[in-house]
Design a protein around this ligand. Structure first.
Ligand SMILES: Nc1ncnc2c1ncn2[C@@H]1O[C@H](COP(=O)(O)OP(=O)(O)OP(=O)(O)O)[C@@H](O)[C@H]1O
Ligand SMILES: [Mg+2]
Length: 255
């Protein structure tokens, strides 16, 4: 079966940066997969995701969506973004319209959908993400977690085949996090692929069916969680897998 999304041997250096952010990163995702993308700060997770729908263009390597190499023309990018939706790590990079409703509408309108269809999709996405009561609010006047939910709603309204969520659950309260995982579950059941970049090893262990780990601009392995967490040599480099010891918390409180 053709993977729904493939990154193959990507290389990328940010303008002016001394070192590459990606150096030979490869990963392939299948339809309906739940993927946790792990890796320490600076490993290249966000950079990899920004390549998936052409926001960044690699200096070498190839991105393929449903087997088709990404076409970086304006039209080609619209086609890619219809299929691959990215929720940015920082919602302030994603939200730019005056109101929440305008922001969630932007993607569907950009796809050329009718006003009526857009209205229905916005209402549904807003309902799912619990932001219906925020629709008329200015985006700049929201809390961090509310912004993340609006950014997710904007991507859901596009109804992509792949959703790449860059640490989207990190700033959410426990109720909302549960709601977001319920949304993910429903999407996956419909065949959507959901990738979550996260530092939460519990998410990787209990939610994902594929765990991919990045180190120094490469995906160093991708395997089912049972395999990853059975082998300390694999997850060890990510940091302590156990909950914090009490003294760590106490030390922190003195900072
Ligand atoms: N806009 C940028 N300009 C220059 N260098 C950047 C930029 N964004 C990221 N980098 C660098 O690229 C590398 C990969 O960063 P990236 O943001 O992809 O890491 P990450 O795995 O997402 O980390 P985190 O867990 O902190 O989100 C890092 O060395 C980082 O310093
Ligand atoms: Mg990141």
């Amino acid at each position: 079966m053709t993977p729904i999304l493939e990154w193959e041997s990507l290389h990328y250096t940010f303008p002016g940066a001394a070192a590459p952010a990606l150096c030979g990163a490869s990963l392939r995702l299948d339809a309906g997969q739940r993927v946790a993308l792990l890796g320490r700060n600076g490993a290249g997770k966000s950079t990899l995701l920004l390549h998936a729908n052409g926001i960044l263009r690699p200096s070498a390597g190839e991105v393929r969506v449903a087997g088709v190499p990404l076409d970086y023309s304006r039209r080609g990018l619209i086609v890619a973004r219809r299929q691959v939706g990215l929720v940015f790590q920082s919602p302030d990079d994603q939200l730019f319209s005056a109101s929440v409703a305008q922001d969630i509408s932007f993607g569907p309108l950009n796809l050329g959908l009718s006003l009526e269809t857009t209205r229905q999709r916005v209402a549904r996405a807003a309902e799912l993400c619990g932001v219906t009561d925020l629709l008329e609010r200015p985006t700049h006047a929201l809390s961090g977690g509310q912004k993340s939910r609006v950014a997710l709603a904007g991507v859901l309204a596009m109804e992509p085949r792949v959703i790449l969520a860059d640490e989207v659950t990190a700033g959410l309260d426990p109720w909302m996090r549960r709601q977001v995982f319920a949304i993910f579950r429903r999407l996956v059941a419909q065949g959507t692929t959901v990738l979550l970049a996260t530092h939460n090893l519990d998410v990787a262990r209990h939610w994902a069916d594929l765990v991919a780990v990045m180190e120094h601009g490469r995906v160093v392995f991708a395997a089912p969680p049972a395999q990853v967490f059975a082998d300390p040599a694999l997850y060890g480099p990510l940091g302590p897998a156990a909950p914090w010891a009490e003294d760590e918390v106490t030390d922190d409180a003195h900072c």
